[in-house]
Design a protein around this ligand. Structure first.
Ligand code: MSP
Length: 683
């Protein structure tokens, strides 16, 4: 089947950061998965080059918008090249064919009777290029780093978005996985149900954008109105249509580059077919544009709607979204250079469940490389190669291999493989990778259990060959399953067994769960090098150090943070020595959790009401949402520091801090051994 997979097109106001790399890596992962499943995939990415934000950035650098966008767009391209991301087409919204499309799209939306001329009066956020009404604070509710809204009043064309409310709701209801994760889909539904306002789709107060033809339309009260100014397309109208202009809709032809992972070499004629099955990968911040405005535009024009919109979470630093203005961005090139592209891909895809935010940690990355990649995966391959070299001269020949010999292992393998397809289909990428690691665990355990060295000693050569055969098949299954995540590593694994990765071999080893019985092995260099210290100085990548407690807000509470020393094993070094009088300053109390609820827009925080024997329960914000559900907490007792200065976290005050212990695996609350009266002191 022809499939289109898209990344968002990236703003060229600044150079790429890890968030951009993350979006692209997810799209590339999906592309590789679908390629293995036999689909013909067209992978589209590019840069979003118009709008006020870019115009202002260019001006601030003393450059013309065109030369500035040329420069930054090339940086994105070169990053993807460096990271081995192969796209079928890289669109720039300043490309001629795209300009042609946008003007044509605008005419057609007008011809459909969905556009009218009016005046927009309200707020605008230049940073996320969005219109807002009725925001008293004057600060963009969607952007990180307190971006100020600008008041604007200008002639504008409007798109009659409100007409599409019902059809949009029907569309969301039409398919389970049109928007994933489901909780994001529900947010979109609530947004649409709350009522849609018509959308301003042109600007007149600056010039860096696609010039629109002057079209006379009816105003909202039915009079014919002709524009008094040159309008340029609202940057989101301009940007969203990249997904179809690149395929040749509404223009006379985009330029097409070769498609290394696709079966066919695409020609202009067959490109439109890819639109029949489109999947957009977006960050949660731009879901509204993709899940509301975009399908409404498409409905107006009578075009097919995307089949899937998958919204991922943000990479954060110390609980804050990364952004240049906050000075906490991670440079993907530097990390890929130091730690390897494949390792970085693995970390980003493995660390957080798709859709949720993650906190980027260099130490976390090293732990995954040393533990999971080097120990679990790299060692298994080494051991299999080593055993075979020693006892079977690098030839595995097990004509009588039968799954019944390893019934338990083979049943587990079959079960895991069945789940993998579903994991990817529902974008449970973390679970997908964890399942691959269960396969590795089966392999590592089998070596310990069947002791190949003893089989050899006892002359049980057929059994030894069978065991190696099981392990070789298992590693080939792992390699195929891992290809979307770590393509180079997977190819190294298959090459050790003189095999290659292709849709046919994927069908063989994964879909049909077949087992081969003969292999010639080649020794390959160890897949991973262990890393024993940070490769990038902390100061250049980590902003404020984090305390080990989950809910401390060191900045606001005035409390000093403790250790900053790298603790690779995930165990914090012992802090500064203190006297008993220092300890006595802490007033720790036993308290009962009366209520617990998630803090809006935070995946980590819970808002707790805790009874510590005072007249009113204390409100405490605690970063434990990933480890405890509200139900698990309500009615239980916790230990809390009751004399901590109140701290403001995500706009709300927290009046205390509950104690917990966290290691690399999970987090547990500090509890007392038996129930005590609420408010009892802990000393
Ligand atoms: N130009 C628009 C997209 C138009 S698509 C028709 C845009 N560009 S962007 O450069 O600001 O962001 C592109 C993508 O990067 C978004 O999916 C966004 O979510 C993602 N990220 C930007 N910062 C991020 C993080 N800190 N973490 C993860 N991804 C985030 O929006």
């Amino acid at each position: 089947m022809q499939q289109l997979i898209t990344t968002p097109i990236y703003y060229v106001n600044d150079i790429p950061h890890i968030g951009h790399a993350y979006t692209t890596i997810i799209a590339d992962m999906l592309k590789k998965h679908r390629y293995l499943q036999g689909d013909e995939v067209f992978f589209l990415t590019g840069t979003d080059e118009h709008g006020q934000k870019i115009e202002q950035s260019a001006k601030a650098k003393g450059k013309s918008p065109q030369s500035y966008t040329d420069e930054i767009s090339a940086v994105f391209r070169s990053l993807w090249d460096f990271m081995g991301i192969r796209y079928d087409h890289f669109i720039r919204t300043t490309d001629d064919y795209h300009l042609e499309s946008i003007a044509c799209v605008f005419e057609q939306l007008c011809a459909r009777g969905d556009v009218y001329l009016g005046e927009y009066e309200g707020d605008y956020c230049v940073s996320c290029e969005s219109f807002f009404l009725n925001i008293d604070s004057g600060i963009c509710p969607d952007c990180a780093g307190e971006k100020k809204l600008t008041k604007i009043k200008e002639e504008s064309y409007f798109f009659a978005l409100s007409r599409y409310q019902e059809r949009l709701l029907e569309w969301y209801a039409s398919s389970e996985d049109v928007i994933l994760p489901k909780y994001r889909k529900n947010e979109v539904i609530r947004f649409v149900e709350s009522g849609l306002q018509d959308l301003s789709i042109s600007r007149t107060s600056f010039s860096w954008g696609v010039q629109l033809p002057a079209i006379t339309t009816k105003s909202i009260n039915g009079e014919s109105k002709t524009p008094s100014k040159q309008h340029i397309a609202y940057v989101w109208l301009d940007a969203l249509f990249n997904y179809v202009s690149a395929l040749g809709f509404y223009n006379h032809g985009a330029c097409i580059s070769p498609a290394p992972e696709s079966k066919a070499s695409h020609t202009q004629d067959n490109l439109k077919g890819f639109w029949q099955h489109a999947t957009h990968i977006v960050g949660k911040d731009i879901l509204r544009f993709h899940a509301v405005y975009w399908p409404a535009f498409l409905m107006s024009l009578g075009l097919e709607l995307p089949k899937h919109i998958y919204a991922h979470g943000w990479w954060m630093r110390d609980g804050q979204k990364m952004s240049k203005s906050l000075g906490n961005v991670i440079d993907p090139r530097a990390f890929a250079q130091s730690y390897g592209v494949e390792n970085l891909r693995y970390y980003l895809l493995r660390e957080t469940p798709f859709g949720q935010d993650g906190d980027f940690s260099q130490r976390g990355l090293i732990e995954r490389i040393n533990g999971e990649l080097a120990n679990d995966l790299g060692n298994l391959l080494n051991r299999v190669l080593g055993i075979s070299e020693k006892y079977t001269a690098l030839v595995i020949d097990a004509p009588h291999f039968a799954r019944a010999h390893f019934a338990q292992e083979c049943e587990q393998i079959a079960e895991i493989l069945t789940g993998l397809g579903e994991n990817m289909r529902t974008m449970q990428t973390k679970t997908y990778i964890e399942s691959v690691w269960k396969l590795l665990h089966i392999g590592n355990t089998a070596i310990a259990k069947y002791e190949p060295w003893n089989l050899f000693k006892q002359g049980e050569l057929a059994k030894l060959q069978s065991l190696l055969c099981l392990l070789a098949n298992l590693l080939l299954k792992v390699a195929h399953a891992l290809y979307p995540i770590m393509p180079e590593t997977s190819q190294k694994i298959t090459s050790a067994f003189t095999r290659q990765i292709a849709p046919e071999s994927y069908a063989h080893f994964i879909t049909q769960n077949a087992y081969d019985t003969h292999f010639t092995l080649h020794k390959v260099a160890p897949l991973f090098q262990k890393i024993d210290s940070l490769l990038i100085p902390e100061s250049s990548v980590e902003s404020t150090p984090k305390s080990t407690t989950p809910d401390s807000s060191t900045k606001d509470s005035g409390a000093k943070s403790t250790s900053t020393a790298p603790a690779i094993a995930g165990i914090a070094s012992i802090g500064e020595e203190i006297g008993i009088s220092d300890f006595a300053k802490l007033d720790i109390r036993v308290g009962e959790v009366l209520s617990a609820e998630p803090v809006p827009k935070s995946t980590k925080l819970l808002r707790l009401q805790i009874d510590i024997g005072e007249q009113q329960p204390r409100i405490v914000l605690s970063g434990i949402a990933e480890y405890y559900t509200p139900e698990q907490l309500i009615g239980t007792q916790v230990c809390m520091i009751a004399n901590l200065k109140p701290a403001k976290i995500m706009g709300q005050y927290s009046y205390g801090m509950i104690l917990a212990s966290k290691d690399t695996e999970s987090l547990s609350l500090v509890r007392i051994d038996g129930r005590r009266k609420n408010g009892s002191k802990v000393s």
